[in-house]
Design a protein around this ligand. Structure first.
Ligand SMILES: [Zn+2]
Length: 477
């Protein structure tokens, strides 16, 4: 027997999104509350405070419906604020729901009429920075609770945490988790709404997240720039040496990472699921990216592409220094070359160890005696989902069928959500539902980011239905 009328719940959520959520998210998109890493003066600017105020005000109205519910804006000294809500439930069990409100920076290349801080609605899409990543999360969580409340469906106690430092690597969050550990309790289910979806046709569950190992590699050959006509052939080029060093890490023909210590054994179940995801997605695995000209994806087999972006290490050079812009560049043999490296690492690889492996590989035997330095950046471990409990697997299938009309799909994601690694370590027996609305072309972190509204509504229905199933799980086990 179903405790919840899913059609009525979907109808409620649909109206609630249109009447209450979308107007507030529209206001939220206008606020340029970039994550601290991209706005070091965030306190002075006050935008983060504006976003907190907006969401706090909206959330308080919703929480009025729940006797005993609390909302605190927690502010540890010198750290980004955290929205913390406790909503009493019908048993002593706890579900932790997570999202973030800080944003990525603007990025160039927004289409005509669109912009990061300009909310624009076009059909099913609401354009603007942060709507989908991850502003909608707090709204979806509270809408799901409201939908259950309407029908008096029982659920466990819910704790909602919305942080303001995720896009900077969540460096403030461990302090909040320690600070709040008594109030958080020990959740048997974690719901995270900050992830991606392969398409907008079904529920996508994230089964793993990659880690990240970053750092800055500098090759120095001179103490100052000199005439290239005078010096080339005598003084080695720092670019050539940098290029050679990068080849220690990565095969320049194939893009394959060469260091065996940066790989893990891929679990057979994940290989099977990658094949299934590739089958469902077809060419969408790669043609959602804006390839220039006749640029080809890195493999012909789409299931290999899925595994490449979820279980294998891959390098991006994300910044360079030591070079003038071409228009300002004279014939100079430059003193140094610097490259900022961002290496995505397999879910189960230790992040700090990966950074260390990079340092060792680059700094050993400097070519031509050049000064080679790898400044270690952050090393975040990824995350690999524990096996789904049978009740949750059933509940997920059912929730996807009810909300989307299709069964759920399972896939790893290529990005990193640092908090999931942290939680996985703190609560090893917890079940995880990690999903999101970041599907094809939604372009979080890039230009023309949009929130796919029907998916936002459906994901909200899924959350409601999983909360109901979580409470009823002893009955259906
Ligand atoms: Zn995010």
């Amino acid at each position: 027997m179903d405790a919840m009328d899913s059609t009525a719940s979907q109808r409620f959520i649909e109206t609630f999104w249109d009447d209450s959520i979308l107007p507030s998210i529209t206001e939220y998109i206008r606020i340029p509350n970039k994550s601290p890493a991209y706005d070091p003066k965030w306190v002075e600017h006050g935008y983060m405070e504006d976003a907190v105020k907006l969401m706090e005000g909206w959330a308080r109205q919703q929480l009025d419906a729940f006797p005993g519910a609390t909302l605190d804006v927690i502010r540890l000294p010198g750290r980004t604020p955290l929205l913390f809500m406790e909503v009493p439930g019908d048993n002593a069990d706890t579900v932790l729901l997570y999202g973030h409100l800080d944003k990525q920076p603007e990025m160039k290349g927004w289409s005509e009429g669109l912009g990061p801080w300009l909310p624009v609605r076009k059909g099913d899409k609401l354009y603007g920075r942060g709507g989908a990543d991850d502003g909608y999360a707090i709204y979806a969580c509270l809408a799901a609770l409201r939908a259950l409340h309407e029908q008096k469906v029982p659920r466990s106690r819910c704790v909602i945490m919305i942080e303001a430092c995720e896009e900077s690597g969540s460096y403030d969050l461990p302090f909040y988790v320690d600070h709040l550990i008594q109030r958080i309790g020990s959740p048997s289910l974690v719901v995270c709404l900050d992830s991606g979806c392969g398409d907008y046709e079904r529920l996508w569950l994230t089964t793993s997240l990659r880690g990240i190992a970053s750092g800055t590699l500098t090759v120095r050959v001179l103490t100052e720039g000199v005439h290239s006509g005078d010096a080339s052939g005598v003084v080695p080029s720092s670019f050539r040496i940098l290029r050679g060093l990068l080849s220690r890490l990565e095969d320049e023909q194939t893009g394959e990472v060469k260091l065996p210590e940066l790989y893990v054994q891929i679990p057979p179940q994940r290989i099977e699921q990658a094949k299934e995801a590739a089958r469902v997605l077809g060419n969408a695995v790669y043609d959602r990216f804006p390839f220039a000209g006749s640029t080809q994806p890195m493999a012909d087999d789409t299931s290999e592409l899925v595994l490449n972006r979820t279980w294998r290490p891959h390098l991006a050079v994300v910044g360079m220094d030591g070079y003038p812009a071409p228009g300002d560049a004279g014939n100079v043999l430059l003193p140094f070359s610097t490259a900022k490296l961002s290496l995505r690492t397999p879910p189960t690889l230790d992040g700090p160890a990966a950074v260390h492996a990079l340092k060792q590989a680059f700094e050993a035997n400097p070519p031509g005696g050049a000064v080679v330095e790898f400044k270690e950046g952050s090393g975040q471990s990824g995350w690999h989902a524990p096996p789904l409990a049978p009740w949750l697997e059933k509940a997920v299938t059912r929730a996807s069928e009810q909300a989307f009309g299709k069964p759920a799909a399972y896939m790893g994601e290529g990005g990193t959500i640092p908090f999931m690694g942290m939680l996985g370590e703190k609560f090893p027996d917890t079940q995880f539902v990690i999903t999101g609305v970041l599907g094809p072309h939604s372009n979080a972190h890039g230009p023309d980011e949009f929130l796919h509204i029907p998916t936002g509504k459906r994901v909200t229905s899924v959350v409601a239905s999983l909360l109901a199933a979580h409470h009823g799980r002893s009955a259906v086990r």
